[in-house]
Design a protein. Structure first.
Length: 744
């Protein structure tokens, strides 16, 4: 007994760096799972609905169903969801069927948005729904922890156990902020990373140790891992194919001596993998006529009409790069930009260290690792090519799609530092891992939590605010209003702060709208949101408490000036668009709470603006005789253009009156005379247009759009950003009001 304990202690001591890394990841994963609000991770709503469907019905999702709360995730293989469903049934067999209240104003995929970063109206902290999400997240943490252990084991196989480099490889994975975040969310990515990593472990063991008499054992074990990987995600199916090809090639060394065992081992690998994971793909073929269910998934999530060119894919590279390291929430909470720059430098140093080691290959102390490293690099390349093809097919690619290759990338990075220098190489690698770990540890508290914190409740309306007494519906009171300015120029931002109070609990989550309406009744700017930028959904309001609700409203740079804007405030239910009646009664159930003026920018031209077209011609101003026109009549418009560089083509300007349905109800195209190639740089050219609105145009509000195109090729001249200039597609100057034909 004493001898056994000593052996156990000796083994633990030999692996203490790896054990410490696993403990570090457990702490990080649990921290992220508890810090991130429920459902505020990519597709977490749909992942949870998949699990809830399994628990409630015992049936797998069917993409042909009319009710699909799991949406495109219903096409995903079920391993991660089955494991979470089993855990929930054991711990909480009565999983609540509470509806998840989505925030219809959520700025998904917009890191620069200042409000509405939350995808849902958060459930109560102690609700059963919240507890169920936390439990499902624990299953993900378990899968991710299993993946970190797998990286350590694979690194020991590839790099040896002479130093702490294997633990360094696992630390680089454990300390990655995005991996800690996804590992602490309801997701299938942790299970995919874990199963593909262990498939690599077993495959490499089979390559090194299998003999004709023992190949069946490794084939069985590898087939089991391959089947589980294929049940985790389509990238797991790719890993199963990669492992199979590896065994086919590696075992050929003894295949001639024993063809029967060679063929039998490979058949056993394929058979076990098919038994474990093949049923899912047979089901896809039976249900959808598509063995991978990729086509119905793309039908649900959306796809490009034609695959993107590589240059178009390259434009998405920054998003993939950043989201590999750390983009949180629903792809809308980023780290400070300088951190991504520092990480790029560290990656560059790692590559340089690897290049130095390759240059000194003859003196390399670990030449035996080269075949395994090449094999891992090939796997990383396969995952990269798959991601590239996905980016060409559908929008929304994220860095976490590289997680199946995390083990390969981390081991390659650790190898780079292992051979960088005999004394300080591995130490530098550990220093980088420590920096990454510190970043991961601080991110939940300094980056994620502040985004979702609710503004504190007020005790009273400030004296500087305008007091109001407006009741919406039966129980919601608007107590006060304050604007950040009484006069603004086009392009500025107005902050409108409202103070609300509920007389009783509110079951519905209502949206607030703040409209800025011009003298002609034209809607100049607006903000629609759940109160307090999404943080204080009305169902969360404590009766009697005062909720502070700030709205930041950008004034369009091309806003017509001078003008007097009236601030209208109202509430509505987003699903039905039904507005709550206001008391005292107000037109369209909104209340005018204040006014402000829009003053023109300084300049000699009317409505000075800056819209650069192709770095050749800039729109510097415009003028409308009236922003109201009767159907069948002409809208008088003057545009002022300036040549910045001598234009290289003949251009034609156009103006369009466009309805809310996108249809053009009036258009006039006029070539410039003299043509644009003869313009002097810096000269301003006036361009008068009388745009006739079609007689059958319905009364209402329309957009006035303008632009330039090549007279000979009809190719549009795109806008370009610049100092003080706006880039937009299409270019909307302002809105105009169309009256019935009989009105004058």
């Amino acid at each position: 007994m004493l001898s056994s304990r000593r052996q156990l202690l000796a083994r633990l001591q030999a692996h203490w760096p790896g054990i410490l890394v696993v403990a570090l990841y457990l702490a990080l994963g649990l921290t992220y799972s508890l810090t991130t609000p429920p459902f505020e991770a990519p597709d977490e709503v749909e992942h949870f609905e998949y699990i809830r469907t399994l628990v409630h019905t015992g049936a797998l999702p069917d993409l042909r169903a009319a009710d699909r709360p799991w949406q495109q995730e219903g096409a995903q293989p079920p391993l991660a969801y089955l494991s979470a469903a089993v855990a929930l049934r054991l711990i909480d067999p009565h999983l609540p069927d509470d509806a998840i209240a989505l925030n219809p104003h959520a700025r998904i995929g917009l890191p620069n948005a200042e409000a509405n970063k939350n995808r849902v109206a958060p459930p109560a902290p102690n609700s059963r729904l919240t507890r169920s999400v936390r439990l499902a997240r624990l299953v993900s943490v378990g899968w991710a922890t299993l993946g970190v252990i797998g990286v350590y084991v694979l690194a020991r196989l590839v790099l040896g156990a002479a130093d702490s480099t294997p633990a360094l490889a696992s630390a680089l994975v454990a300390a990655l902020p995005q991996f800690a975040f996804i590992g602490g969310a309801v997701s299938n990515d942790p299970a995919t990373m874990a199963t593909t990593t262990w498939l690599l472990v077993v495959t490499w063991l089979g390559v090194r140790r299998a003999q004709p008499t023992t190949a069946w054992r490794w084939a069985t074990l590898a087939g089991l891992c391959a089947g589980l990987a294929a049940l985790s995600k389509l990238s797991g199916l790719l890993a199963a194919a990669f492992a199979g090809v590896t065994l086919v090639i590696a075992w050929r060394a003894w295949a001639r001596a024993d063809r029967l065992r060679y063929g039998g081992a490979l058949a056993l690998y394929a058979g076990v993998a098919a038994i474990v994971g093949g049923w899912w793909y047979a089901r896809n073929l039976a249900l959808y006529g598509d063995i991978t269910a990729l086509q119905p998934m793309l039908d649900a999530v959306g796809r490009y009409a034609t695959p993107l060119a590589l240059a178009e894919v390259a434009a998405q590279a920054q998003g993939v790069w950043r989201s590999f390291w750390g983009v949180f929430g629903w792809f809308n909470v980023e780290l400070p930009t300088w951190i991504y720059d520092v990480l790029a430098i560290l990656v560059g140093l790692t590559i340089a260290a690897g290049a130095r080691r390759l240059w000194r290959a003859r003196a390399d102390a670990n030449p035996a690792a080269r075949p395994a490293l090449a094999w891992l690099a090939l796997w990383g390349a396969c995952v990269g090519v798959a991601l590239l093809q996905w980016m060409r097919t559908t929008p929304g690619a994220q860095g976490r799609l590289l997680f199946p290759a995390l083990a390969a990338l981390a081991i390659l990075a650790a190898w780079c530092w292992q051979g960088a220098h005999a004394r300080w190489g591995v130490r530098v690698g550990w220093g980088l891992a420590a920096l990454l770990g510190a970043l991961s540890a601080l991110t939940p508290f300094l980056v994620i939590r502040p985004v979702y914190q609710r503004p504190p409740l007020a005790t009273a309306v400030p004296l500087a605010a305008t007091p109001l007494s407006v009741v919406y519906g039966d129980a919601i009171r608007l107590l006060g209003y304050q604007a950040s300015a009484s006069q603004l120029a086009p392009g500025a931002t107005l902050t409108v702060t409202l103070w609300w109070q509920a007389d009783a609990p509110i079951a519905t989550n209502y949206s607030v709208f703040v409209h800025l309406v011009g003298e002609d009744g034209l809607l100049v700017a607006q903000d629609d949101s759940f109160p307090a930028g999404g943080a204080w959904a009305t169902s969360l309001w404590p009766p009697g408490a005062i909720v502070v609700d700030a709205h930041r409203i950008p004034i369009p740079p091309t806003t017509y000036a001078p003008d007097t804007l009236t601030v209208h405030v109202g509430m509505y239910e987003h699903a039905t668009r039904a507005r709550l009646p206001a008391s005292p009664p107000a037109a369209e159930e909104s209340v005018a709470v204040g006014t402000l003026t829009i003053a023109p920018r300084p300049g000699d031209l009317p409505n000075p603006t800056c819209i650069n077209f192709g770095d050749q011609i800039t729109l510097v101003g415009y003028e409308l005789k009236s922003r109201t026109v009767s159907a069948g009549k002409r809208l008088s418009l003057d545009l002022y253009w300036r040549a910045d560089d001598p234009p290289d083509s003949r251009y034609t300007s156009f103006a369009q009156v466009v309805g809310a349905d996108g249809r053009v109800w009036g258009q006039l195209d006029t070539p410039f005379l003299p043509d644009t190639r003869q313009w002097e740089p810096g000269a301003v050219v006036q361009d008068h247009k009388g745009v006739r609105v079609r007689a059958e145009a319905a009364p209402g509000f329309y957009e006035l759009r303008i632009g330039l195109y090549d007279t000979d090729t009809h190719e549009l001249l795109p806008t370009a950003p610049g100092p003080g200039c706006v880039a937009a597609d299409p270019v909307v100057l302002t809105r105009v009001r169309v009256l019935p034909r009989e009105e004058q």
